[in-house]
Design a protein around this ligand. Structure first.
Ligand SMILES: Nc1ncnc2c1ncn2[C@@H]1O[C@H](COP(=O)(O)OP(=O)(O)OP(=O)(O)O)[C@@H](O)[C@H]1O
Ligand SMILES: [Mg+2]
Length: 132
């Protein structure tokens, strides 16, 4: 386990861009942290590091946004049950590309056992501790 201390959104983006280089083609990364901690900022940085040029927006209402058919960004905050997630086909993405998952605790039993974790702690304009 390692920890990076980020003092700004820009530092988190830059860290995430570098972290992206450590990912393999079919990795799933659980982005964990409280509301507003910076999970979506991490996803933006990782996707930039993977070469995505499109604007990355939070998939809160769509549950999952796909980029180039190879990268998938999930936000499971509004998932009511694992049965709903299964019905939506969310489990089918794992292993088919790099999956970045916010609020993965909503779909615990659907996650691949070898998923990586990045935890971001902190709030507001304060510093963030990023554990990976
Ligand atoms: N060091 C930092 N790293 C990341 N974000 C930071 C930092 N400092 C301040 N922020 C701010 O914290 C907010 C993080 O918002 P973000 O949408 O990424 O959170 P989230 O964890 O995805 O929340 P949600 O659970 O609602 O999806 C942004 O407004 C960002 O500018
Ligand atoms: Mg978010």
């Amino acid at each position: 386990m390692s920890v990076y201390l980020s003092h700004s959104e820009a530092e988190t983006l830059a860290w995430a861009e570098e972290y992206a280089k450590t990912l393999a083609d079919e990795d799933t990364v659980l982005l964990e942290g409280n509301m507003g901690a910076g999970k979506t900022v991490l996803a933006k940085g990782i996707l930039k590091g993977l070469g995505v040029l499109e604007e990355v927006t939070s998939p809160t209402y769509a549950y999952v946004n796909a980029y180039g058919g190879r990268f998938f960004h999930f936000d499971c905050y509004r998932i009511a049950s694992e049965a709903q997630a299964l019905g939506l086909g969310l489990a089918d993405y794992f292993g088919r590309g790099i999956c970045l998952v916010e609020w993965s605790d909503r779909i615990l039993s659907l996650l691949p056992g070898n998923a990586k974790r990045v935890v971001i702690r902190g709030s507001g304009e304060g510093a963030r501790e990023i554990e990976f």
